[in-house]
Design a protein around this ligand. Sequence first.
Ligand SMILES: Cc1ncc(C[n+]2csc(CCOP(=O)(O)OP(=O)(O)O)c2C)c(N)n1
Ligand SMILES: [Mg+2]
Length: 285
Amino acid sequence: MTSSCFDSPHKPQWCPGCGNYSILLALKDALLQSKCKPEETVIVSGIGCSSKMPHFVKTYAFESLHGRSLPVASAIKLANNSLRVIAVSGDGDGYGIGMGHLVHAMRRNFDINYIVTDNQVYGLTTGQTSPTSPKGFKTKSTPFGVIEIPVNPMALAIASGATYAARGFAGDIKHLSSLIAGGLAHKGFSLIDVLQPCVTFNQLGTYQYYQKNCYKLEGTGHNPQDKVAAFTRSQEWGEKKIPIGLFYTEERPTYEDEIPHIQKKPLVKHGISNVNISKLLDELE
Ligand SMILES: Cc1ncc(C[n+]2csc(CCOP(=O)(O)OP(=O)(O)O)c2C)c(N)n1
Ligand SMILES: [Mg+2]
């Protein structure tokens, strides 16, 4: 079997050179490595260039609203906890409009794998500032440069209770797919933030910039079970100082584990599908 068994009939139309192509390859490779079955997997997204991802993978799919991939993914997990649920968002989707959902999903520890394709910009809407745009970055919406400091996804994940926090780079597909596969093997919420060059709207976070400045945590002696060390690494950024790899992981019961009714079988198998809700719908009209 090869990762092409996850090919859908649709072909992406991202800009030539977009980091999303590598992220898509890494995701399919991780699905293959993790022996995921298309019929037992669902990929949910929000809105953005990156949120087109579910169209191109042969699994169940749900392209939701901007910033709402996680509420939909959480609901799917609660309705059928036998499914493997993956969510994909852009940095605007996940760390901007969807930020509140992210913090709560992390502290609840749903067994969801969340991939954020972090190009530091709103790509689909043609290049406005996003929550991860670096200070000083000139964009359409900040022609004199961004004046705030960016969101730090790894620090946020560690502080909010994510049980798997990793950062990958779209220019290193093998390493990225191993991080995604690690998230799939992990029981609990995994955030995989992916440094993703946007070749059209981001002239700072380029392939060359990340190639020059990223280093891998593996082989440095970093212990991903050490929360304080993970937080310290999350503060690093800059020349030759951008860590990629697994920052932090811990074992903790998932939100679903705490719900007695779904321990023996998923909610969808409880035989309540024939309940007539027309009266309730009438009341809501
Ligand atoms: C409620 C709502 N607000 C705003 C938009 C417009 N909008 C669509 S995508 C997007 C941002 C996309 O940026 P990001 O999430 O970083 O994804 P990218 O395109 O960079 O992959 C915005 C603001 C929308 N579709 N819905
Ligand atoms: Mg973006």
